[in-house]
Write a protein that binds this ligand. Sequence first.
Ligand code: SF4
Length: 676
Amino acid sequence: MDIKYVPTICPYCSCGCGMYLVVKDGRIIGQEPWKEHPVNEGANCPKGKNAYDYIYSKDRLKMPLVRKNGAFKESSWEEALDLISSKLKEATPENFGFIASCRNSNEDAYVMQKFTRVVMGTNNVEYCGRLCHSPAAAALIPAMGSGAMQTSQPEIELADCVFLAGVNIKETFPLIARRVLRAKNKGAKVIYTDPRKTATARNLADIHLQLKSGTDAALINAMMSIILAEGLEDKEFIASKTAGFDELRDFLSKVDLKQAEEITGVPLEKIREAAITYAKAERGCILYDQGMSQHYVGTDNVRTHANLALLCGHAGKPGSGINSMRGQINGEGSGDMGCLCVFYPGFKRVNEETAKFFEDAWRVDNLPTKPGFTYIDMLYKCPYLYVVGGDPMMAVPDVNNVKKALEKASFLVVQDIFPTEISKLAHVVLPAATWVEREATHTWIDRRVQKINKVIDAPGEAKADWWIICQLAEKMGYGDKFQFTSSEEIFNEMRSCVPQYKGITYERLEKTIGGIHWPCPSEDHPGTPTMFLQKFNTPDGLGHFQVVEYKPPAEVPDDQYPYVLTTGRSIFHYHTGSMTRRTPKLIDEVPRGFVEVNPDDASRAGVKSKDVVTLETRRGRIEAEVKVTDAVQPGLLFVPFHFPSSCANVLTISALDPSAKCAETKVCAVKMKVKR
Ligand code: SF4
């Protein structure tokens, strides 16, 4: 019997846990712990333990599909790519858009943005990081010089105060939650902001600030005001390492704490306890996620937390900083590779100087010098659209409106491993390989670059994403710029023009269990687990305070829509659910969408658990099964966004953050009706 144990990395969240896949006769039949892997030391969460089942789902895309007379017909690669090539030649730089994904490898993402810029002549390239973590770059590049995570996962255990800001870490990053628990067991205090009483609130937090959704800036301003009143700010750090403190102090001197209590719904004594606990810590570590940042004021929310970290000197040390927790496997890497309309690879800002740099690197002329459209704008403004590895019809707010726009698209290409909601609208659907059917690198949450080897062959005609894009580039007359025969060749071109990755090679990654953290400037550099040890990455090397005034959510409840709706995730499902909904053990745990309703609201509305209700906002209506629970406060409803049949984003509002263009998917006004 030919059984192999092949080491790999989990394809789901951005922790980057190692595991062995058990392979028999070319088929994966099981999963085993990888005890020596430094991220997870043998442990995996329920998703990781069931990481491979979906690969064998019967509805895997195995052949290119071309729409003919309203129905999809299987085609050859030749036919599909000829059609796409001829249609994309009709497009202009203004009306073409490319949407990549957090699930693409670094090599895929690099080729996709290069295709968009070189072949299509536009910066209209984005990925789904725009929808969740764009406020990190918008707030933290001016504040500290980078939007990436600042400490490494193991270093979290060094913190003596962990501030979990809008991150239900027990469900969304289970193996980082274990680090927080270890810190707590050594005496660290855990502060947690979340409108819901989640597993994190019940089992990990010492201080749960159950704020009203979207009131983070008011809360943090109040905390900073208390810290200054108590004289607990880090005066030496502020004097030597920051700029803009006087403006912040003047602003905070006017903060009305009683008003902050009313706005946030958090008792002032609890705000005070959290403020003093964080300020007195030796190493305070802020870990934040979409509960804090996925608002139309998301950038402001991140700015206030950055102010808090700078005020208390909690940055530039292992186990400290303000750390953006990107949820998906390559949430960091796809941004690093330049799948953003305002950044070329390596977060080089779009402008003439950067375009010239890449014209030289890629031996091309006339690269675009102006920012392109952001993700949501592209869905409405680009009738020629190429979407890889994501499902905007599930992930974007106000889905009914998105659908209307996409139904009018002149030409929509979708490239994925399964049919999705958006592929139903496509003109051509292309079959892609999964994470174990090709060789690639990804960059996980703490800037950790790891390599994944090919384990099995892709089914049918499914191909690696980068291969498909290179074939298309050749059809369009740019084959000489995309002559890659392996993912390693792509990686080597990328690292020649992205300084953060310069010293990372496939050979080094093969030998380094747990990978290498960027920045890694040379091949003899060990990588950088902690950022800003000497100074911040801003032009003057200082951390910059940015004054933020609290603004209320874009839509608040009224007589017609009396509840607040918030959305989020379950430990058993991943993003839009296309992989986990095809995994029997995970779908057994949470088979369908639901709405959490407080017992008081349930009794007033006359509903009980398992009843089906209609949820309606100004944008649309869904049905969902009721789950009565005190996890939500009266007046708040919660719906997970993994299920097309109860698609939360039919309801959400597309009010956009003016800086980051991230949408407000965490607050809108909704009504609930019992379905009789
Ligand atoms: Fe996979 Fe994340 Fe679970 Fe680790 S914590 S096993 S990376 S889903």
